[in-house]
Write a protein that binds this ligand. Structure first.
Ligand code: NAD
Length: 252
């Protein structure tokens, strides 16, 4: 049984974020779902969550999202930094504009959201920050420079927040999934096929599941369960850690 909390989750219009919102609502949390896609409103409301439309590459929008949670629910106890995008290109051809967009969304936004939520967690002496990183926060693959660098940076944010939050009741952890069955991965299959000169089935088998001991994609709900554990009272001794949910990828 978990204590009901106020949770702010980003990137909730599909995939892992939508699964986290649904699971948190089932646990009885009050949830603010934040996404730049207006279609996320219906998805959030269907799960029982409130919705705040924000493009998180905009620093003011990050702060406004936290302010909205505070206005509606009186604080932020749980922050799940999940919004992310991918762009596949070699370093030599990587567009600078894409690099900056990925850094803004996947590093600066999690930092600013953490900063804005922090005083509310500190006041209560209880807070949980869960960063949805990636197995690409632990290992690299060719063709994804900005994503891999942002995700590695997210582990640095997680560790720093854990050290600063230790005496304030705030924990920070990261989850690191391998390929999860979401639209982000569907789009990548086509891009990777082009990069590697393969057909799409070959990309799944030979690229995405090459290192996996368990030969299937991960379900978003499986990631949501791990996020929920890290956001729970039960995980009070767990901080500064990264949890791989990677089908055995990094066991090599
Ligand atoms: P997804 O594409 O299904 O969902 C991403 C969400 O982020 C969408 O709802 C999208 O609208 C939102 N978003 C994108 N840009 C935004 C912006 N500027 N402002 C606000 N919201 C924005 O992707 P997903 O697979 O569910 O990924 C969620 C997180 O999990 C990402 O950080 C991703 O890197 C990470 N992840 C995914 C996988 C995977 O295989 N799918 C593996 C490891 C890590």
């Amino acid at each position: 049984v978990s204590t009901p909390r106020v949770a702010l989750v980003t990137g909730t219009s599909s995939g892992i974020g939508a699964a986290v919102v649904k699971h948190f609502c089932e646990l009885g949390h009050q949830v603010l779902a934040v996404d730049f896609n207006p279609a996320g409103k219906a998805i959030a409301e269907q799960a029982g969550a409130a919705f705040f439309e924000a493009d998180l590459t905009d620093p003011d929008a990050c702060r406004a999202a936290v302010a909205d949670a505070v206005k509606r629910f009186g604080g932020v106890d749980i922050l799940v930094n999940n919004a992310g995008i991918q762009h596949v290109a070699s370093i030599e051809t990587f567009p600078e504009e894409k690099w900056r967009q990925i850094m803004d969304l996947m590093l600066t936004a999690p930092f600013l959201l953490t900063q804005a939520a922090w005083p509310h967690m500190r006041e209560k002496g209880w807070g949980r920050i869960v960063n949805v990183a990636s197995i690409h926060a632990q290992v690299a693959s060719p063709g994804k420079a900005a994503y891999i660098i942002a995700k590695h940076g997210m582990i640095g944010l997680t560790k720093t927040a854990a050290l600063e939050g230790g005496e304030q009741g705030i924990t920070a952890n990261a989850v690191c999934p391998a390929y999860v069955k979401t639209p982000l991965v569907d789009n990548q299959i086509a891009d990777q096929a082009k990069l590697h000169g393969m057909d799409e089935q070959e990309v799944i088998e030979k690229v995405m599941l090459k290192e996996a001991a368990i030969k299937r994609l991960i379900e978003p709900e499986e990631v949501a369960q791990l996020v929920a554990y890290l956001a729970s009272d039960a995980a009070g001794a767990v901080t500064g850690s990264s949890f791989n949910i990677d089908l055995g990828w990094t066991a090599h």
